[in-house]
Design a protein around this ligand. Structure first.
Ligand code: GCB
Length: 606
């Protein structure tokens, strides 16, 4: 990462004037607009604003009328200001608030954060404030001026700060609210912790007046030697020269931007293809005018042929596991590269070539690491359980989250499937909503596969169960969550079960599993024990092998995670214990059962 110039903050608080709220505040754009995201912040000049930010907990939402965003302090002894950032305790950014302060463990509401920083203005430079994620709604003010609002807890967003920035002293105030709402995505119920706060990095991004906002440099769908792509400019738009170079592959191509600032590319290239066994990344350089962006990009082809998924022209079986973005070895949301290394390290140790990042877009650093480690990725938006399907605002929010997940990661070879939903109840309004998302996803990215995890099954004969979700028609790959042996019947029931699919498409069994507390032992029929979970995995693995069109597995789940829905004292203690590892990294017996199975599968493939 390149670093810009951050003045050590040392100016007295009395220097700033009180600021009025400007009316030209930005609002996160509708999903039909192109993504406003600046792609690849790691390849730009950035200044980190991470650190300890004073924070004011505002459970009744009084802060807005009090004007907390003005960051005032009493100037005379008769002044009445009923808040004070300087005397408020700090919260670390990035980080959820729930695991930083005991009193905030279950908190759902607003917290106001403030960050002071010095800045030295530079000519011909535009500055954006960039948030990796804030859950769930964020309103951002710079020097008392509202820059914008963002909804969605797991996608990045940026607002232009150029005009609101001052030479020297600046203050950034962010209101974050994690209240669950029926019209939000996700809505009122979900099986993970509602971590609130600024959960990912905050950066200032410096770019030239005219700059490269986003680009796609990827192989065309199904191709192993044709690159299809585009570059989107911001600032100067029409008739700009844009160059894409892949020096190691001897590629240097130029194109000219159209009236919308987009330059399209299509060219042949001889490339060493990316695969789990050989995660080759090339340095790719995009240049236009004053701006140059470097990225590390892998190239691989992806197709579906009948029931098979083909990677670089060869069928691949996806040996996977599902995981949450839950921090290893401590409670809280994972956010660091070290967290990602520990989690994906265990995924590799299991013998996986695939990981399902459930149930929302994970940190960009995790996907980048998957790209380097050679792990294929299923990435998902939090369209989870029941939503307000007929509400246009809910659809717009889901579409914006889908658009920005794809915009952030559309150059990552690791990502092969976009999942548009998980276990949503079958009804006509839900089908219409999800079909719209499937269509959008194809519009945003024509090269990757579209999937969804479904639990809509029915009995179609003695001992025969069918996955029959009507959404299957709109998908490239079917996902099936089934809990035989945990929510349905006993583990042994799996031995006799046969499965059918309504749609002749590749199938990924996207979930099965059961809770076990690490270190709890008993017979194979005693719930919550490692033995029960290991036995459930054995029976399940026997069954899923017989499933038609099976192209992969992502059992539930890599590691135990916090969930308010899991209340059993002494066993769950507000944790979903379906992990193959405990949240302290202890391997349960089922870990070795799955590892052994994947070892056999990998050996069979050779
Ligand atoms: C599911 C959900 C997942 C839950 C899991 C469970 O079907 O997709 O989010 O955590 O079951 O443990 O019940």
């Amino acid at each position: 990462m390149k670093h810009g110039f951050l003045l050590a903050f040392c100016l007295p608080l009395t220097l700033f004037p009180s600021l009025v709220l400007f009316s030209l505040a930005g609002v996160a754009s509708a999903a039909s607009d192109p993504s406003p995201l600046i792609a690849n912040t790691a390849g730009r000049t950035t200044i980190s604003l991470n650190g300890a930010w004073p924070a004011i907990v505002d459970p009744f939402d009084n802060g807005l009328t009090m004007g907390i965003f003005r960051n005032e302090t009493a100037k005379s002894k008769s002044d009445r200001i009923e808040y004070d950032f300087d005397k408020s305790p700090v919260l670390n950014v990035p980080g959820d608030w729930n695991s930083q302060r005991e009193s905030l463990l279950f908190y759902e509401g607003t917290v106001w954060y403030r960050r002071l920083f010095g800045y030295h203005k530079r000519p011909n430079t535009r500055v954006f404030v960039y948030f990796g994620a804030a859950n769930y709604r964020a309103t951002v003010y710079l020097n008392g001026q509202k820059l914008g609002e963002h909804e969605g807890g797991f996608t990045p967003f940026n607002f232009e700060a150029t005009d609101a920035l001052r030479e020297g002293y600046n203050f950034l105030v962010v209101a974050v609210n994690n209240t669950r709402r029926a019209d939000a995505v996700p809505a009122l119920k979900f099986d993970w912790w509602n971590y609130g706060g600024i959960t990912r990095d905050v950066l200032l991004v410096e770019v030239p007046t005219a700059f490269i906002q986003d680009y796609v440099v990827q192989l065309a769908r199904g191709s192993r030697e044709e690159i299809d792509g585009w570059v989107q400019l911001n600032g100067a738009l029409a008739a700009q020269k844009v160059t894409v170079e892949i020096p190691e592959a001897g590629v240097r191509e130029s194109a000219t931007s159209d009236a919308a600032g987009r330059a399209a590319f299509h060219f042949a290239a001889k490339l060493d293809l990316w695969s789990p066994e050989h995660p080759k990344l090339y340095d790719v350089v995009v240049t236009s005018g004053e701006d140059t962006v470097h990225d590390q990009i892998g190239f691989r082809s992806l197709e579906v042929q009948g029931a098979k998924i083909l990677l670089n022209g060869k069928p691949i079986f996806l040996r996977g596991v599902s995981m949450h973005e839950q921090a290893p070895f401590r409670d809280g949301r994972a956010f660091s590269t070290e967290d990602a290394q520990a989690l994906l390290g265990w995924v590799k140790e299991l013998g996986c070539n695939f990981v399902r990042l459930a149930h929302y877009p994970h940190n960009e650093n995790e996907i980048r690491l998957a790209d380097r480690m050679g792990l294929l990725v299923w990435s998902e938006i939090p369209v989870y359980w029941d939503l307000d399907w007929q509400n246009p605002a809910t659809l717009a929010t889901a579409e914006a989250q889908l658009r920005d997940m794809i915009a952030r990661d559309h150059n990552r070879a690791a990502v092969i499937v976009w999942s548009i939903s998980n276990e949503t109840p079958v009804k006509p309004e839900r089908l219409k909503f999800l079909k719209q998302l499937a269509q959008d996803a194809r519009g945003f990215d024509a090269t990757r596969l579209i999937t969804s995890a479904s639990n809509r099954v029915e009995s179609v004969g003695p001992g025969v169960t069918a996955l029959n979700d009507p959404l299957g028609e709109a998908l490239d790959v079917l996902g099936l969550n089934e809990y035989v042996g945990w929510y349905v019947g006993r583990p042994e029931d799996a031995d006799k079960m046969e499965w059918r699919l309504k749609w002749d498409k590749p199938l990924i069994v996207s979930e099965f599993g059961g809770d076990a507390q690490f270190g709890r032992h008993g017979d194979a029929d005693e719930r919550w024990t490692e033995e029960y979970q290991a036995s459930l995995f054995r029976h399940q693995l026997g069954m899923v092998r017989r499933m038609p069109n099976l192209a992969g597995l992502t059992p539930w789940v890599l590691m135990d995670f916090r969930s308010p829905a899991r209340m059993l004292p002494g066993v769950q203690d507000y944790h979903n214990r379906k992990g193959l590892l405990s949240d302290r990294g202890q391997r349960k017996q089922a870990f070795y059962v799955l590892q052994e199975f994947y070892k056999e599968l990998a050996a069979e493939e050779k």
